[in-house]
Every structure is written in C-alpha cells, then in structure tokens.
Design a protein around this ligand. Sequence first.
Ligand code: SAM
Length: 277
Amino acid sequence: MNKFIYQDHIVRKRFGQNFLNDDFVIKKIISTINPQEGQLLIEIGPGLGALTQHICKYTNKLIVIELDSNLAEKLKVNPIFGSKLSVFQKDVMKFDFKNLSFKNNQLLRIFGNLPYHISTILIFNLFKNIGLIKDMHFTLQKEVVDRMVVGPGSKIYSRLSVMTQYHCKVIPILEIYPKSFIPIPKVNSIFVRLIPYDKLPYPVIDVNLLNYITTIAFSQRRKKLKNSLSTVIPLNTLKKLSVDPELRAENITVSQYCSLANWLSKSLKQTQEQKYN
Ligand code: SAM
C-alpha cells in the first residue's frame, strides 16, 4: 500500500487523519472559538497543530488529546508550544473529562477537527458530561451536522437530532470543502458550535430514560410508535400525551420525546413505591 506523507508524517487513515490546510478556514475557526486567557481549552485530535499553533497565541494553557503517538511526540517537542501545551497521548473515548474539570474547578471549552469515524459516538459520550462543558466547536462530516439540526418529519431526523437539540443550541458556522484538507476526504464538512443550555427548553427528570426511549423508537424507525414503544408506553398514555400512536419515530418532536421520558420516570417511581409500601 502507498504511504501518504504530509509534513514528514506518515498519514494514518485508520485514525481519520485529514489535516486542515486552508488559511481562510483556520482563521474563521479560531475567531469563532475566540480563545481567551484563563479558559480551560481542550483540543481533540490536534494532529500536526493546524489549529493548536493559533490557539496558543491567545492563551498560556492548552490541553490536547491525540491518539497517534508520533503526532503526540511531535507536539511535545515542538518549541513553538513550549510549556503552554499539555499533551495527553490517549484515546479521547477513554479521557476523563470529569476529573479535568474538577481539578481545575472550571467549565471546559472543547474543540477539534474530529476524526469522522468516531465523531457521533464521541458526541454522545460528551453529552454524558454536558454539565461540565461551557461550549464545543467541532468540524464534522456535513451529514452529521445535518442530522444534528434537522427537525421532525425528515428521513435524517434521528436519535442524534433529538439528543443534540435536547442538550444544546446548535449553530452551524461554516461549510468546509474537501480541498481544504490534506489528504482530500470524500465528504464535505461543517464547522459547528454547540452551546449547552443553561436552562433546558424541555427538561426531563432522568436523561437516561430519554436516551432509552429514543434508542427504542429509532432502532425500529419504520414501525409505528404504537408498536415500537408498546413495551414501555401504553397506547392510552401516548394518546393522553398528545403523541399520535400511528406516527413513526421520525415524526415526534424533542418536546414530545421529553414528555414520554417524564411519564416513564413517574411511572417507574410509582411502581417502585408500590413495591415497597
Ligand atoms: N486537528 C488537525 C487538523 O485539523 O489538521 C487534525 C485533524 S484529523 C481530522 C483528526 C485527528 O484526531 C488526528 O490527528 C488523529 O490522529 C486524531 N485521533 C483519531 N482518533 C483519535 C482518538 N480516538 N483520540 C484522540 N485523537 C484521535
């Protein structure tokens, strides 16, 4: 197999390595993130430092998480970063964001041009720590951002749409074309800003139950709700909550999913109380 070498680095496709090489795009990303001294900034997948080097001009402290040991080593020894950079050579999926936030007693500002093959699962993982996050700025596959922002009634409306819109305000900032990266990817990208809500528009009692209901509904998205949710929510309850049982997962709003999750929380609590009384 042919090796692709960029800036003396052998590109590893399996790590989703497409390096940004477009000054206009880089400038736009940096100015949107607007890094400030004293903030707890964390970059996922810094790679060869296309964003890192600019962010470091605005702050004395930047934490980066890079899986590729060759790249992590290059970052560690690069004199332009000096002591500003804390490099974690780690899989971001195993990174302890909670510990980092508690140790610094600060909310996290997370950003990165994410490796596409892990981006959706990583975002779901970050939602588990959403209370620790001030904001997130990511370059993602366009198709992923399209799914994040779309409303009900669309074929691409999914669990990612519901959970993202439950937790965050989603603001797509810039479309990025394949030629802005080396090597050139096959897909378009979007740089997006995600701001966790201070006050959730549709709060739920237990977010795990919202995860649970959306998982069940969307894993059988072609079924009507009266069938896909039949084991968790009775038909009468769907009607009582103004959720048409004849509809499918893709037709239900975030607010309706939240009502279903809250009904389930209360119903489980009642069942438990009856058991112990
Ligand atoms: N930020 C650089 C840029 O924009 O040029 C590189 C972006 S590249 C799309 C993704 C980066 O994430 C690569 O450097 C890759 O090695 C790194 N990466 C891939 N999987 C990772 C993981 N599980 N944890 C941490 N970093 C990872």
